[in-house]
Design a protein around this ligand. Structure first.
Ligand code: ACO
Length: 433
């Protein structure tokens, strides 16, 4: 629970305004927050493009300490969840607030499984896309279109409908993602199988064909499940904030999650895993690392070292450390330990971590630096990397959307610092020029 005991005072050096006293809120962990809501009454607003110093909400879901490199879901360290839990349990934890008991987990998993199938007419949507459409483009469209099919769970203000929508989203997004790839390569859509777990089902729908038996490799399914756990939530990042802002108007949940997918796609956010792999392929050889490090440091060059840096982590991203370990396990299992791209990534990481520019700016590898290599080794095509991130993050988006609607709900409506022209009179077209 937050308290509002201490206060902060803003004074104005020009003496034209009286000092303003603002409450300071204390979270259960992490930095205090100055409650600036009252500024508007004084004709003032806080200015913070990119939300660098803004807490957009109070949330009880995910905690990050960027200096210490800590990530907790509902209080549980990510390392413990990655080792001992699984994605279904983590999704239940994020959405419902507590780790499920055995019977609660069974019920949760059973309900998700029952919802994995798509309305059969939804397959028609795919035919409207070009064959080479990016899976994320297809996902934005098809997830958004769920609101046209599942209208009985689209009322954001009805808790019962919200719950059904949550299950539908969590269950159907893997099917939607896998089908977007099947459509790309011209193979028939594969239906989910209730005998498989969540990650296994996704691998099945991605790789199986009706022509032969396919059993997902348990080591790879476990690795994918861990990727899903690591990506499940990350407090108020760009896509989550997008979901919250979209949902704050009372928009239906399917449209809100589609908005989150659109935001996630950007190369500075979830698109970074695909971009990292492209970058590694472009570098191609350890002998060219220096050239790319120099480009990343050159302010006249737009190139950035993809998979490096984070708005919040100014230390090792704890997810990256787990992902590096998973990378070893997957490459071991597949006998790919001499994978040249993995070796290149290790070398690049080492050189960057010892470089003064990266040290001084506190730029460390983020989760996307290794996740692309793991997924590539698993036979997952590059174009699906961000789609997998999206299906994992759907759990967090749902939890955050639910929290936004049910706690402190207010339409998101920021203000601005206006820097355009002052009032001026309309000029008829013949007098302009
Ligand atoms: N390579 C080179 N320089 C970098 C990098 C990088 N990857 N990241 C940041 N910098 C530099 C910036 O140029 C800037 O330098 P300056 O102070 O001299 O202008 C300084 O470090 C701070 O960077 P900002 O862009 O201001 O930091 P911000 O918090 O706005 O951005 C971001 C964070 C977008 C993640 C950035 O580090 C980046 O572009 N990284 C590469 C893309 C990436 O890996 N994204 C994945 C993020 S994790 C996720 O979404 C799962």
């Amino acid at each position: 629970m937050t308290q509002t005991t201490p206060t902060a005072t803003i004074t104005f050096s020009d003496g034209r305004r009286e000092a303003i006293e603002l409450p300071v809120m204390e979270g259960s962990m992490g930095p205090d927050v100055i409650d600036t809501r009252g500024l508007g009454q004084h004709g003032l607003f806080a200015y913070d493009p990119g939300f660098v110093s803004t807490a957009s909400c109070a949330s009880g879901i995910t905690y990050i300490d960027g200096d210490a490199g800590l990530l907790y879901y509902r209080g549980y360290p990510i390392e413990q969840l990655a080792e001992h839990s699984d994605f279904m349990e983590v999704a239940s934890l994020l959405i419902n607030g507590e780790l499920p008991t055995a019977s609660e987990k069974e019920a949760f998993v059973g309900t998700v499984k029952r919802h994995m199938l798509l309305h059969d007419l939804m397959s028609n949507f795919y035919r409207g896309f070009r064959r080479d459409a990016h899976p994320m483009a297809v996902m934005v469209g098809v997830v958004g279109a769920m609101s046209a099919f599942y209208r009985d769970s689209s009322d954001a203000f009805d808790p019962a409908q919200r719950e059904v929508a949550a299950y539908r989203l969590l269950a159907k997004v893997p099917t939607i993602a896998a089908w977007s790839y099947k459509y790309n390569i011209g193979q028939p859509f594969m239906y989910p199988q209730n005998r498989f777990g969540y990650a296994e089902n996704f691998l099945y729908m991605l790789h199986a064909t009706p022509c032969e038996d396919y059993r997902p490799n348990p080591v790879l399914a476990r690795a994918l499940d861990r990727i899903l756990v690591l990506h499940a939530d990350h407090e108020q990042n760009a896509s989550t904030s997008t979901v919250r802002v979209a949902g704050s108007s009372g928009a239906n949940p399917f449209a809100c999650i589609a908005a989150g997918i659109a935001s996630l796609w950007g190369p500075l956010h979830g698109g970074a895993n695909e971009a990292t792999l492209q970058m590694l392929e472009e570098i191609g050889d350890v002998s060219r690392i220096g050239e790319y490090i120099n480009r990343a440091k050159d302010k006249t060059d737009a190139f950035r070292l993809m998979g490096f840096g984070h708005r919040v982590y100014k230390n090792m991203d704890p997810r990256a450390a787990i992902m590096r370990q998973t990378c070893h396990e997957v490459l071991d299992e597949l006998g790919l330990n001499d994978d040249p791209l993995f070796k290149l990534a290790r070398k690049l990481e080492k050189i960057a971590l010892e470089d003064e520019y990266f040290i001084q700016k506190r730029l460390y590898p983020n989760v996307d630096f290794y996740s692309g290599i793991v997924m590539r080794a698993m036979g997952i095509p590059n174009s699906m990397f961000t789609a997998i991130f999206a299906l994992a993050r759907t759990a967090g988006w749902i939890a955050q959307w639910q929290e936004m609607i049910s706690v402190e709900h207010r339409i998101a409506r920021p203000r601005q610092l206006y820097v355009g022209p002052g009032r001026r009179d309309f000029v008829p077209i013949e007098q302009r020029g």
